[in-house]
Write a protein that binds this ligand. Structure first.
Ligand SMILES: Nc1ncnc2c1ncn2[C@@H]1O[C@H](COP(=O)(O)OP(=O)(O)OP(=O)(O)O)[C@@H](O)[C@H]1O
Length: 686
């Protein structure tokens, strides 16, 4: 590809089209973007976007506008490589002339949903994010300056020290959350910024403030693309470019201020005092005929405030078709084609590679661990209530089984007591699901992917949960051990504490794995409960391991079950060396070793420390599995998706109903997505 520098711009009113910015900025081009939802049955294949072409340049902010359901988010997601798996994308999206992945340095995306840790304050959130993303070479003062500057820039000074809030904690307002989500993304000054409806839920003053800030960012050499529903006139005027969609088709693409001229020339001039975005939506909204006309008629306003006489006589579908056709042959479409050709061949500045600007691993590790510790320590609902429940439960168990002794019946009492404590403790880990799901969402948002990022995340996750798990285990083990008086030796208390820590750490790891696979609270809890139930059934609590059916339950389940090893170690710790009264008075004393082998069917050739080692090994296996899932979940689902997409495309291509009329044909029609990792997913549809 030839390396050309861009010297012309068809976008009138371009700000700062200086040579420097052309080299530095990010140029995004999309050609013939079509997105379909395939239908494998006899139903129709739905086309969400239809042959869209466009481009976005540095120093400009673009609004993607259109009625609800017109495909704004779908277009934004297509450009950012974040489309849902069930849809198929074809066409080209090029970033500085090349296809790239979204996690490429300098690209940020602000989602509609605010993904934040509810226990942190606004300042903490921005500060942790800065420490995670800004290069290590930056001094502490410089980072603080950026944090404070961003707080001011997004108007968050008043709520800087308030917590964000979550399901049980009232925090900052919806508008403040939205501004915070944007603040977190603009910290690193991304060269390309996508925003999905950033003004939704904001009052008009806040919306103006947010878009004004985004405009300032854009005019600082960045490329900003934002979907927006119905901005006020003032907000609309802040946008440099407009991509107007209806039913997945281009109504208008070009400089925002020329859009009124385009509508006027097409026969639908905007009345002088009407908000342009209102006017556009009235013209193209499919609900207009049925809803708006009725309201207007009933309020007798259509005479004074009607769109135009020509609009009154046409159905919305006809207006839309007219505008689409008009745009296709307009000078704006021609200008766009010319500019797209120029930018597509531009191999200018390659952007910053993410790895170059990443902070050092130890900084990421300490920041993540610290953040996680703060988050967990403030999560009253999870750790502190859970700890209180454990203490209350231990006291109850301690009083019920107080000084259990060494009578014949004490053998069963000890077993029941130990099983109850460890079973209940592991089961309560399910209560952590809301926090785990929140954490996983933040993890995916922060895109700490790659071997390096994921290992840092997993290690920090382990390090931060370890103190809490230990605290709960120490409290439970100490109370029960001294009240029930299992054994007098301190070393035995240490063993049982380590055993509990190991088992709870395994269960917490499995819960994190479930949260990473099933990011839904209810589903996750049900699956988690099922998993713990199966583990308890095969651990020897209810049925001795030698009595389990050999196929599946004994081999391999009982062997890969942390509970089986944990319980075995606990029994050995408790019984070996003790002597119990016989069933019949006067008979020989029952040795702990004999009880273990004959009554409980356990093997005592190896020590309890090997049982503990097995628990630790299973814990490591869980963490490795967690790593594999985080690392390969996306590529694996992309691979499966590519098979699905190929099959879907083959079926779709056979259908006569599937015809397409691109607004202009692309010579380099390809189907790989540049910014996502969806390599090889989509097949051309013509
Ligand atoms: N993954 C998907 N599977 C099936 N249909 C989808 C999918 N994503 C979007 N759609 C459909 O495509 C259409 C466009 O959706 P999109 O979210 O892009 O609209 P929008 O313009 O952003 O709407 P809004 O302003 O209401 O958010 C809608 O009818 C939606 O139901």
């Amino acid at each position: 590809m030839e390396n050309k520098s861009i010297t012309t711009s068809t976008s009138s009113g371009s700000n700062g089209d200086d040579e420097g910015s052309e080299k530095r900025g990010m140029y995004l081009v999309w050609e013939d973007i079509t997105v379909v939802v395939p239908n494998f049955g006899n139903g129709h294949t739905r086309r969400l976007l239809n042959g869209l072409n466009g481009y976005a340049e540095p120093n400009r902010i673009m609004a993607i506008m259109g009625p609800s359901g017109s495909g704004k988010s779908t277009l934004l997601d297509s450009l950012a490589g974040r489309l849902a798996r069930n849809v198929i994308l074809s066409g080209n999206v090029l970033l500085n002339g090349k296809k790239r992945r979204l996690d490429y340095g300098g690209v940020a995306y602000v989602t509609q949903e605010d993904i934040l840790l509810g226990t942190l304050t606004v300042r903490e959130t921005i500060s942790y994010s800065a420490n995670l993303r800004l290069p290590s070479r930056m001094r502490k003062e410089e980072v603080n300056e950026i944090v404070e500057g961003t707080i001011m820039e997004m108007g968050l000074e008043d709520c800087a020290d308030r917590v964000i809030g979550n399901w049980h904690l009232r925090g900052i307002s919806g508008g403040e959350r939205k501004r915070l989500s944007i603040a977190v993304e603009i910290l690193t000054r991304p060269s390309l910024l996508f925003l999905d409806e950033p003004t939704t839920g904001l009052d008009s003053a806040s919306a103006y403030f947010v878009v004004q800030t985004l405009r300032n960012i854009a005019h600082d050499g960045k490329t900003v693309i934002s979907s927006i529903h119905q901005p006020s006139s003032e907000v609309f005027q802040l946008f440099d470019d407009l991509f107007l969609l209806s039913g997945g088709q281009t109504i208008y693409f070009g400089p925002a201020q020329n859009s009124l001229e385009f509508f006027g020339k097409a026969g639908f001039p905007c009345p002088s005092r009407r908000n342009p975005s209102d006017h556009f939506l009235r013209c193209i909204n499919s609900d207009f005929d049925t809803v708006t006309t009725t309201i207007m008629a009933s309020q007798r306003i259509h005479e004074q405030n009607s769109l135009t006489p020509s609009l009154g006589n046409l159905s919305t579908a006809a207006i839309r078709a007219k505008l689409i056709e008009r745009y296709r042959w307009s000078e704006y479409a021609t200008a766009a084609r010319t500019r797209i050709k120029q930018i597509s061949n531009f191999e200018g500045y390659d952007g910053e590679s993410k790895s170059k600007n990443q902070p050092k691993w130890w900084k990421q590790l300490t920041t993540l661990t610290h953040r996680s510790l703060v988050n967990m320590s403030r999560d009253v609902g999870y750790y502190w209530i859970r700890l209180a429940i454990y203490i209350a439960l231990s006291l109850s168990v301690g009083t019920i089984f107080f000084d259990v002794g060494t009578s014949y019946r004490a053998i069963f009492a000890r077993g029941a007591c130990g099983a109850f404590i460890s079973g209940f403790m592991t089961f309560l880990s399910i209560g952590g699901f809301p926090s785990f799901i929140e954490e996983m969402k933040v993890f995916y948002k922060e895109r700490l992917n790659g071997y390096y990022g994921i290992s840092v995340y997993i290690l920090s996750n382990f390090l931060s949960s370890f103190p809490f798990v230990s605290m709960m285990s120490i409290a439970t083990a100490t109370i029960t051990y001294y009240m029930v008086k299992f054994r007098p030796e301190f070393s035995h208390l240490c063993y049982i504490t380590l055993d509990l820590i190991g088992c709870i750490a395994v269960v917490e790891s499995s819960m994190m794995i479930i949260a990473s696979l099933v990011p839904n609270f209810l589903m996750g809890v049900i699956i988690g409960a099922g998993y713990i139930g199966v583990m308890m059934m095969t651990a020897g609590y209810f049925r001795q391991i030698p009595d389990l059916p050999k196929f599946f339950w004994r081999y391999p389940i009982s062997y890969i079950n942390y509970g089986a090893w944990g319980l075995q170690g606990a029994f050995k710790n408790d019984l070996i060396g003790l002597e119990f009264d016989p069933l019949v008075p006067g008979g020989p004393k029952l040795k702990g070793e004999t009880i273990l082998t004959t009554m409980l069917g356990m093997r005592i050739e190896y020590s309890k420390w090997w049982d503990l080692a097995a628990v630790v090994f299973i814990l490591i296996l869980h963490r490795v599995l967690f790593f594999i899932i985080l690392r390969f979940k996306e590529p694996a689902s992309h691979f499966l998706y590519s098979i699905y997409a190929k099959q879907a495309m083959q079926r779709i291509k056979k259908r006569p109903s599937f015809r397409k009329t691109p607004s202009f044909s692309s010579k380099r029609h390809q189907t790989l997505h540049p910014l996502s990792s969806q390599e090889g997913l989509n097949s051309p549809i013509h």
